[in-house]
Design a protein around this ligand. Sequence first.
Ligand code: GDP
Ligand code: MG
Length: 373
Amino acid sequence: MATKKPVSTKDRQPKTLILGIYAYGNPIKSQEHYFEEFKSLVKTAGIEYDEEMFIKLRSIDKSMFLTKGKLQEVEKLCKEKDIKQIACSEPLSPLQERNLEDFLDCPVSDREHIILEIFRDSAHSAEGKIQVEMAELEYYKTRLAGKGAELAQQAGHIGTRGPGETEKELIKRHLTEKFRQAHKKIERLKKSREVQRKKRLLSGVPLICLVGYTNAGKSSILNRLTKSEILEEDKLFATLDTTTRELFIDHKKIGLLLDTVGFISQLPHHLITAFKSTLDELKYASLLLHVIDLSNPSWRDQVEIVLDTLEEIDIKRKNMLFVFNKIDQIPSEKLDELKEELEEYQPYVLASALSRDGLKNLISYLQKHKFKN
Ligand code: GDP
Ligand code: MG
């Protein structure tokens, strides 16, 4: 919540409700897990919350998102508990968000807003920062009538507040101009990326890309394989920037290993678009290492979400090795039971970036793999 983030830990945040909504058709089958994941997102965004509420929705209201009965339940709780802001687990349209804010009489941050908050904190490279900026500008532009202007001002994009119609027009123009500049920068970065890529292709060094759900252990695997120190953290989206490392096995250069941003369920579509140029690199991969947190009860859904997202960004079926990670968290009898089911995912290895179990199998797979560019 850009407008509500605590400036210092001494400041108490306004009383916050986190509203988990599980709508029909959600790709994560475990409702409980979906809500837990949202709570992690909220925490990662630095938002403390006082109350939580979980709602199941069979249909979505076009203008309010929530159906009438559910809306009344939320309103009742907000009044009783004197709620001053709400973090909502779903992406809302600008209209739904505004209507909810008017009805409940407090600011509402949707899923996209919360993810943007996290993205802003986790982008460090020039490219990552511009990509986040572009996603923010897009987000503000659709919310000019509501809190967009205030948000844009907070992020330093505009110097005026309290927009009337002409001012709105000015802000919009300003945002469009900012977007144009950011786009130009991205294009320049893309060109230099292409130059690097051409060089790499000429040198015949294969590219191996880590993909997977956020928090699966991609950065940890990269660190173990290359003995480097990329940030690994128990946070959703700790890595936003792509990192490339040379991969040596027995002093022989096997290829370049690239760490990418993790996918997540209900990742708003234009956030995927924002990271497209980074994810484009996946198109040139000779092999994808799909890292999966096997200790997570929703791992099956997470695999599907990753595969669907890859399809969405046009990554045709590539050579893929499924790396079932975090096996140190799974009792051996349970692991034996799972193995039968894992046969479906071919080829695969079991691994633990923590205990290093199974890493040998992963390394030997990479050694034997016939890379084609
Ligand atoms: P990423 O988001 O996919 O890059 O995941 P990270 O590599 O940042 O790891 C997310 C969290 O999972 C961190 O707290 C890691 O220490 C932890 N983690 C990674 N691999 C393992 C593993 O094999 N076992 C256990 N128990 N934890 C792991
Ligand atoms: Mg990572």
